[in-house]
Write a protein of this length. Structure first.
Lengths: 109, 507
């Protein structure tokens, strides 16, 4: 995992930097997993609920029942993938694009 | 994944341990409540009779309420509990009316010591004694950490089958790893189920977004999903409520199972409604069907409950979590599995310190902090729970606000133990903490015998199985804690594993 390998080997730090870069990447990674992961999972579960072509109440429940599995999967993937920028881009991207899509779709008629 | 498994477990571990322990106690919520009101002896009555007596009482004290919410007694619950929702008074501040506890046989208010009973453990399990809604959010966050820890823990285990059969005693860190693996792997289906279904119990709060995307009004979802009867305003013309007994009998005939809950909306109004819910012990699905009658003439209005696969899935998840369907044997199995959950979290927390302790080296601050928090929670919480039960017997029955005093006793005791143990060397603190816990639990049957007429010898002789089983359970818990004290006193610091082995040592 990313614990082993290049991140743990401190490179030459720019002068005047007091916080190690690994702290920033870890903060970004954790925030993305916890908050971004929730947002992305909520958006995916809600898209599922909104778009499944079955009865409204059933679709709503499938979205709710599956949401935590989606969240757990996304959040753990955030710690599995080495490249933190890829993690942030994908997770926040899903949240924003999916959220925009839901906004365009509106409440199920 | 091993790394994230360790951090997820560490950050949420203490709260998860408390949630597991109080949640495990909550499988016996009605029994704990009965034990904590020893003055009141259950006289079994039919649910129709209990409904009649409760409605008769409410007609005396709250005939013009907005709603009565009546929880009927059953084989495990001795009393009828009523929540009344009064008409909103624009002058008075909005306050929830206190719960009314009734004798099902007579409909009179139960004369017994005031207590929160098993309800306290149940509420703490998901509200953590924090103001609403923060306790529920924190519990949900910890449950999510637990889910992440379970999934990453499984990924970590390449030897999951071998771990079933591996427990090496007295090998320091290796033993804690084995104990953690055994408690986690043996009961893995339970841990995964209870964590996921726990999140589902509050899904409407944690993940309401699918509802907002599909319904302009969330109440419409509740109506479609849970059969909440259609909202109907009072007409304002008085019309007395019909006899409730025949409605209960009719509903039980339709369900083929007992009625558990009864909701009367706008009683004594021409538009009054009576909704009856099936008992949760009738099915794996925790959300049983309901039927609604017109309160003015007893006409059948609507039935809800024929649900599709998604709703059935959600209902069964809820049912699996709260385990109301479980009979005595399965309930005890749930209880033991809940304890393995607490053991899994506890051994995981101990493993974190065991892995980082270096023989001869001064422990760093984080290690000391985690170790002290471990002692404060793992050894301290059982002492607090025992103090809650002891306070129930030792605070005089007539004291004002004694229910709050019982709860306060639990937290002050737990807090005092957690603070004072810092004065002792860590290894002694473990032993002494477990020993105090063992003594406190062993004291419960003794104090019960001294202060009530339903103590252990008497309860066995009179066939009072609930009280006898409760006191024996306390002795069993005392024995387990005594074993913990004995083992922690015997254990010597063992040198760390000498040879690095191929298997993953996580945390």
């Amino acid at each position: 995992m990313f614990m082993h390998g290049r991140i743990l080997k401190p490179g030459p730090f720019p002068k005047g930097r007091t916080v190690r870069p690994v702290v920033w990447t870890m903060a970004l990674r954790s925030t993305t997993a916890l908050v971004g992961g929730y947002a992305a999972a909520a958006v995916l579960a809600t898209l599922l609920a909104r778009l499944l072509p079955i009865a409204r109440v059933e679709a709503t429940n499938w979205g709710m029942v599956l949401s935590f599995a989606i969240y757990a999967g996304i959040a753990l993937w955030c710690f599995h993938e080495h490249r933190v920028l890829r993690v942030a881009a994908l997770v926040w991207g899903i949240a924003l694009v999916g959220g925009g899509l839901l906004w365009l779709l509106g409440v199920r008629p | 994944m091993a790394w994230i498994h360790g951090w997820l477990g560490l950050l949420a571990g203490w709260i998860l341990f408390a949630m597991f322990l109080t949640g495990t106690a909550s499988y016996f919520r009605p029994e704990i409540t009965q034990w904590m009101q020893p003055e009141f002896r259950a006289k079994p009555v039919t649910s129709a009779h209990a409904a009649e007596s409760a409605v008769a009482h409410m007609q005396r004290v709250g005939a013009d309420d907005l709603q009565w919410y009546v929880y009927l007694p059953d084989a495990r619950t001795a009393v009828t509990r009523v929540f009344e929702q009064r008409k909103p008074d624009p002058k008075a501040p909005r306050r929830r009316a206190p719960e009314i506890v009734l004798d099902p046989a007579t409909g009179d208010v139960v004369r017994a010591r005031e207590t929160r009973g098993g309800e306290h453990f149940y509420r703490f399990h998901f509200q953590l004694q924090l103001p609403h809604p923060w306790g529920r959010w924190l519990a949900g966050l910890c449950a999510m950490f637990m889910l992440g820890a379970i999934v990453s823990g499984v990924i970590t285990h390449k030897r999951i089958f071998a771990d079933f059969f591996t427990l090496r005693w007295n090998k320091g860190q290796r033993s804690w790893l084995d104990a953690h693996n055994v408690s986690a792997v043996l009961a893995l289906p339970y841990h995964a189920m209870i964590t996921y279904t726990g999140l589902i119990t509050l899904v409407a709060m944690y993940m309401p977004w699918p509802v907002t995307a599909n319904y302009a009004k969330p109440a419409d979802f509740a109506q479609a999903a849970f059969g909440t009867p259609t909202e109907r305003a009072a007409q304002g013309t008085a019309k007395p409520l019909v006899a409730i007994g025949p409605l209960v009998a009719d509903a039980e005939r339709r369900f083929g199972a007992p009625v558990a809950t009864l909701v009367v909306r706008n009683p004594n109004d021409a538009a009054s409604r009576v909704t009856l819910y099936r008992h949760a012990n009738a099915s794996l699905n925790g959300r049983g069907p309901s039927v609604t009658y017109a309160g003015s003439d007893g006409r059948f209005l609507e039935g809800a409950g024929g649900v599709g696969p998604a709703l059935a899935t959600a209902g069964v998840m809820l049912g699996l979590h709260v385990a109301q369907f479980a009979g005595p044997a399965l309930r005890w199995a749930y209880f033991v599995l809940g304890l393995t959950g607490a053991a899994m979290v506890g051994t995981g927390l101990l493993l974190w310190t065991a892995k980082r302790r270096k023989p001869g080296a001064t422990p760093f601050f984080g290690l000391k902090l985690v170790e002290r928090l471990n002692i404060g929670v793992i050894a301290g919480l059982p002492i607090g729970m025992a103090a809650y039960l002891l306070a129930n017997r030792l605070i005089p029955a007539e004291t004002a606000n004694r229910a709050d005093a019982e709860v306060a006793t639990m937290f002050w005791t737990w807090g005092a133990v957690a603070v004072l143990q810092v004065l002792r060397p860590a290894r002694r603190a473990w032993t002494e903490g477990f020993a105090i816990g063992a003594a406190a639990f062993a004291a419960i049957p003794v104090v019960d015998t001294l202060t009530t007429s339903r103590g252990l010898p008497g309860s066995i002789l009179t066939g009072d199985t609930l009280f006898a089983a409760f006191d024996f359970a306390m002795l069993a818990i005392a024995a387990m804690l005594a074993l913990g004290a004995w083992r922690s006193a015997r254990s010597r610091p063992v040198a760390k594993i000498r040879k690095p082995q191929s298997e993953t040592v996580h945390a």
